[in-house]
Design a protein around this ligand. Structure first.
Ligand code: ZN
Length: 169
């Protein structure tokens, strides 16, 4: 069971509060339609604050791994989620529009006394997902075993160590 994560976003920002934790992927209903498996957790960190223009904001970062289906070889693969957004809070849509005209990179949302943190996390993950997910390099024979044949960086390090020790200096 997951407890609902609801904040008063305006107050959260004004008070400079922070919140972080983990949420099971299966509790992120809007994300489930885009991933291959509901196993795993997403870690999140939410930080409130007030910017130089005295605007309240929420900074949200999410990290974790989801399983996506490669559109080239049709095999699932692990995709690393690493999202970080600055959400500036406004009291009405007109102010969001005006601020967005001044600053095209601005992400404005309405301040809410009952802001669902899960909603924000879902939005952040959906933004981070590629439209057409693909392996960087698909397994040549369509056999996912060949993914495991990639050189293991630790094995390479180990080899370097051994060489060093063998060096008669
Ligand atoms: Zn592939």
């Amino acid at each position: 069971m997951s407890k609902p994560l609801i904040i008063d976003s305006g107050e959260f920002a004004r008070e400079g509060l922070s919140l972080n934790g983990e949420i099971a992927l299966r509790d992120l209903q809007r994300v489930l339609g885009s991933v291959q498996s509901d196993a795993g957790v997403i870690r999140y960190a939410l930080q409130g604050g007030v910017d130089k223009l005295q605007r309240r904001y929420l900074r949200l970062s999410v990290t974790g791994e989801v399983s996506l289906l490669c559109q080239r070889c049709m095999l699932p693969f692990a995709f690393a989620i690493d999202g970080d957004s600055l959400l500036t809070l406004f009291d009405n849509e007109i102010d969001i529009d005006a601020a967005s005209e001044q600053d095209e990179t601005l992400e404005g949302i309405l301040a809410s006394r009952e802001q669902s943190v899960v909603d924000l996390i879902e939005d952040e993950i959906l933004l981070a997902l590629p439209l057409a997910p693909k392996h960087e390099v698909c397994a040549p024979d369509g056999n996912s075993d060949s993914v495991a044949k990639k050189p293991n960086p630790f094995a390479v390090l180990q080899q370097l160590k051994v060489n060093k020790q063998a060096d008669p200096d």
